[in-house]
Design a protein around this ligand. Structure first.
Ligand code: G1P
Length: 298
């Protein structure tokens, strides 16, 4: 029997400089899509996939994240008194059980591989674990990590979420060298971090969801710096391929938003607002009006 995936690592140590000045005092992961922080989407997705232990790799200035997951008895009492049951349920969806969440500091910004390695002592040597990058928000009927956990139950090995990107964009992603394309699942014979389009083995890019075997953490022990002069998770996974271990890409069903960029964040905001019964009509009327005004101005 394969071991279940019950732990997830959330690398959230980044400075979020693209969102300055907001990120001067608010961690990027607390910024909201409509009314929910980015990190809440990541947590909900992890829970849906059966994750029960949450490991955050943080850095200086991220205390608001710890507070966010704390219990809020005064607020709770207030909502109870006023009979605001909906809001009470919303509040409780942010709560974490005692001991279910751990925070590890990444003392220096040395890359995604290094951030994951910082959590190594919280993962046993025989259990697979997930990594979720909260910047990649994925709208899907069945949450992306849940799709992957189900596929992984069949394949085992290492698995990364994958998506076709325009050929000229490969230098923003880890890119897969595909051995065999089986539809949703592809087996992978190589991986390159942020290749120039002319050097990319394909246009099938890694998106921020991973199910990894503990051998990746051992590879990270020996890691050398890679692309961007950082320790890359992609390189540690590629090392497993070279050692003859299986790595799969998983083409998920769903729409991915790059919330690490302003345009992606705005698109996600509009998409999530349009999906809400309480906002759809007003917002869609407004957007149509804006488009017409824009056309008239041209
Ligand atoms: C990271 C990974 C990259 C992956 C990307 C997905 O890059 O290093 O392999 O394709 O996330 O969003 P980052 O966007 O942090 O530079």
């Amino acid at each position: 029997m394969r071991k279940k995936v019950t732990k997830a690592i959330f690398p959230v140590a980044g400075l979020g400089t693209r969102f300055l000045p907001a990120t001067k005092s608010v961690p990027k992961e607390i910024m909201t899509l409509v009314d929910r922080p980015l990190v809440q989407y990541a947590i909900d997705e992890a829970r849906a996939a059966g994750i029960t232990e949450f490991i955050f790799v943080t850095s200086r200035g991220k205390n608001a994240l710890e507070d966010y997951f704390d219990h809020a008895p005064m607020l709770e009492q207030e909502l109870q008194k006023k009979g605001k049951d909906d809001l009470l349920a919303t509040l409780k969806s942010t709560y974490m059980d005692s001991g279910a969440i751990a925070y590890i500091r990444q003392h220096r910004a040395l890359g995604l591989g290094h951030a994951v390695w910082c959590a190594r002592r919280l993962i046993s040597s025989d259990e697979p674990f997930a990594v979720i990058l909260p910047d990649d928000v994925i709208a899907a009927e069945k949450p992306c990590l849940q799709q992957m956990v189900e596929a992984h139950a069949e394949t085992g090995g290492n698995m990364v979420a994958a998506m076709e990107v325009p050929a000229e964009k490969t230098s923003s992603y880890g890119v897969l060298d595909v051995a065999e394309d089986m539809g949703s699942v592809v087996s992978v014979k190589g991986m390159v971090e942020k290749p120039k389009p002319e050097d990319a083995p394909s246009n099938l890019a890694v998106i921020g969801r991973y199910i990894l075997t503990p051998s990746i953490l051992r590879n990270l022990d020996r890691m050398k710096k890679g692309a961007g002069d950082e320790f890359q998770l992609t390189d540690a996974i590629a090392d497993d391929i070279r050692a003859g271990k299986p790595v799969y890409g998983y083409r998920f069903d769903g729409q991915r938003f790059d919330c690490g960029s302003k345009a992606g964040f705005l698109q996600a905001t509009v998409a999530f607002a349009l999906a809400r019964d309480d906002l759809r009509d007003d917002l869609s009327a407004y957007l149509q009006e804006m488009v017409q005004l824009d056309k008239a101005a041209q």
